[in-house]
Design a protein around this ligand. Structure first.
Ligand code: PTT
Ligand code: SF4
Length: 610
């Protein structure tokens, strides 16, 4: 096995011990890395029904076979665990030096098990492992924690940490690094907090093994040059994902006031162009020459790194039309270690509940001071904040009434920044994504706008699956950034070439798609195992609001999803995936994907179709 290190580091936080563990080439060939390894480990090792915030859950940091080589946008890491927000498989993809350092330290993954009695920092320095007392760090925000550790370990150490939200087990707490990279939307930061693990520092000094090192290096350099020749490169460097604000507004998909509308009257004030005026610098992930983190000064003069999702969810979705104020909320979310997307959802939900008189507290749309205070209440679990800290699904259960109709989530994970009243394919993508409502697996909205919004044609189902294979499967398993491909048109063939030179394996995209389908089927099996007889195809539905309440503003006024046509689309989706009418993989499908062992184990929880 070359390209992979062939080693996992298994860390017991209960015993404060770590062992390096070899793994075989078969898992590498069948699951590649990243999300593939994460689901394989969680499926094999977690007890079904384990409480995600108990010591029985495992927190996995895992890279892919391209991570750490000098290849375009390859400094990313998958962070995964059973999610406390959804109750099933959860992960995120974070740009971090820790990805590169972990691979140079000789590991492809670090698996944290158990729970430390006291707060600790795990320090991995090549093959040495230490546990540092984190008593003084507990309670600090993520920026303070990182800067404290950097003073000791320097600029090049890989550092991942949690803020107070992770410590307080907020169900959508994430992991933060480099003052603005953040990942693990489905509460992976809360899992880290439940283990009393405040931060992880990784420093590696080894060389990564490659099948053809010189050729790989040369092709990497060529790839970097190629990226710079792509026509959208210049504009991308100026705006990054922020260009999407104007696009979403033009196409009536900008989430507005808790996804009740797709256009926002103050969109112009929070878009890519005002961002350019406010921009003071740019940051990004390691090994990337198209860095896209736009740093602006917020209303208080503090730095805040903006991406589209942050602005859509903490701007239009809560009725806030001032970029520097949005930047205030984004900065606070980063410091506290809260996922901005779920946060924007629970805030929008609370504002709507307040407007409708379902809660006593007065939270009007778009008020900076009150919203900021509410965000802190969420992180510290005070008052209404404590209820919102459970995520929008549970908050709606608590409030009751009709509120679950406009609690914007799928399977418990809050919807990301695209309104789908008039976007059936994107709604299907959210509904069938492997972790709940995230666009990462299949961002089909831009394609759908060109194809035609009204249609529920088979091509849409094909496109969702196609994207899930490429993005949710291959990019997440390789753990490289998908933005060079999707935003600049950096061709997919580069990745099969990189993989061959790194690992010696000749794989076509057809081969990679099979790996992808295996990963997707295993993640689905994990969901079914966790929910057992409670599982139903109703879990693959987008939020009720998109079916029931038409848009009242903008060019698509009157639009809403059609339930009957959506159901037909979902049937088509299941059939193409080889899943039955409940959305459960059939025995033959599992066999075809080399997942025979899953048949028996899953069969104990639900009846499987042939
Ligand atoms: C990702 C999700 C996104 S998706 C954004 S903005 W985006 C939000 N960013 C947050 C943030 O910032 N602070 C915070 N406290 N919470 C945040 N939550 C939200 O998290 C991110 C980039 C982006 S910016 C995107 S689309 C792409 N995502 C990729 C992916 O998922 N896979 C992949 N192979 N490549 C990707 N490239 C791009 O990476 P999650 P990052 Mg992210 C301030 O974490 O859980 O996956 O959710 O990690 O390093 O910040 O890079 O318009
Ligand atoms: Fe990170 Fe952006 Fe570069 Fe992707 S394009 S690797 S998200 S800086």
């Amino acid at each position: 096995m070359i390209g992979w290190n062939g080693l996992f580091l298994r860390v017991s936080l209960s015993r404060l011990k770590a062992v390096a563990e070899k793994y075989g080439g078969q898992i590498a060939r069948e699951f590649l890395g990243g999300r593939g390894f994460a689901i394989k480990l969680l499926w094999d090792e977690l007890k079904p029904g384990v409480d995600p915030l108990s010591s029985g859950n495992k927190l996995i940091f895992v890279a892919g076979p391209l991570t750490g080589f000098g290849l375009p946008s390859s400094g990313k890491l998958v962070v995964a665990a059973k999610s406390p927000l959804t109750g099933s498989y959860g992960d995120g993809n974070i740009g971090t030096l820790a990805a590169v350092e972990m691979r140079k330290a000789g590991y492809d993954a670090v698996i944290f098990e158990g729970r430390s009695k006291k707060p600790v920092v795990a320090l991995i320095r090549d093959k040495q492992m230490e546990f540092l007392d984190a008593g003084d760090l507990w309670g600090l925000n993520s920026f303070e924690t990182e800067s404290f550790l950097r003073r000791e370990y320097g600029r090049t150490a890989g550092i991942l940490c949690i803020g107070p939200a992770g410590e307080n087990l907020v169900k959508f707490a994430n992991i933060v690094c480099q003052e603005g990279r953040a990942g693990g939307r489905p509460g992976i930061g809360a899992v880290m907090g439940s283990k009393n693990l405040k931060a992880v520092i990784i420093m590696g000094s080894g060389d990564l093994p490659a099948a053809y090192p010189k050729e790989l290096k040369d092709l990497g350099s060529e790839g970097y040059r190629e990226i710079m020749t792509k026509p959208p490169y210049g504009f991308w460097k100026r705006q990054g994902t922020m260009m999407t604000v104007e696009w979403s507004q033009e196409n009536s998909v900008l989430p507005t006031r808790n996804f009740s509308e797709g256009v926002f009257e103050k969109a112009e004030a929070i878009g890519g162009f005002p961002m350019e005026e406010a921009k003071i610098s740019q940051r990004g992930c390691p090994n990337c020459n198209m860095i896209c983190g736009n740093v602006v000064k917020d209303s208080y003069g503090r730095e805040s790194e903006l991406d589209y999702e942050n602005v859509a969810m903490l701007g239009s979705n809560i009725g806030l039309g001032n970029l520097r104020r949005v930047a205030v909320l984004n900065r606070v979310a980063d410091e506290l270690g809260l996922d901005t997307i779920s946060l924007g959802n629970v805030l929008g939900f609370a504002m709507e509940a307040s407007e409708k008189g379902l809660i006593e507290e007065d939270y009007s749309w778009g008020k900076l001071k009150a919203t900021r205070a509410l965000i802190e209440d969420v992180a510290y679990r005070r008052g209404l904040g404590n209820m919102l800290a459970e995520g929008v699904r549970l908050a709606a259960k608590t409030i009751g009434g009709e509120s679950s109709r406009w609690a914007m989530h799928v399977k418990g994970l809050e919807v990301t920044g695209y309104d789908c009243h008039a976007a059936p394919a994107m709604a299907l993508a959210f509904a069938t994504s492997s972790i709940g409502a995230h666009h990462k697996d299949a961002w089909v909205i831009s394609w759908e706008v060109q194809f035609g919004r009204e249609s529920y044609a088979e091509e849409k189902v094909d496109k969702v699956i196609d994207f899930q294979r490429i993005r949710g499967g291959v990019f997440e398993a390789l753990t490289v950034c998908r933005l060079p491909w999707i935003e600049l048109g950096f061709e997919l063939e580069w990745y099969t070439k990189f993989l061959r030179l790194a690992t010696g394996l000749e794989m076509t995209w057809k081969d990679l798609n099979v790996i992808s389908d295996r990963i997707y089927a295993l993640i689905r099996a994990f969901w079914i195992r966790e929910f057992g007889r409670e599982w139903s195809r109703g879990m693959d539905l987008p939020p009720a609001r998109w079916f029931e309440e038409p848009l009242t503003e903008g060019p698509l006024r009157g639009a809403r999803l059609d339930r009957r046509k959506y159901d037909a689309m979902l049937d088509g989706y299941y059939a193409k995936r080889g899943w039955d009418e409940r959305g459960i993989p059939k025995k033959q499908t599992l066999r075809n994907l080399g997942l025979e062992d899953v048949i028996n184990r899953l069969g104990r929880h639900v009846e499987l179709s042939d």
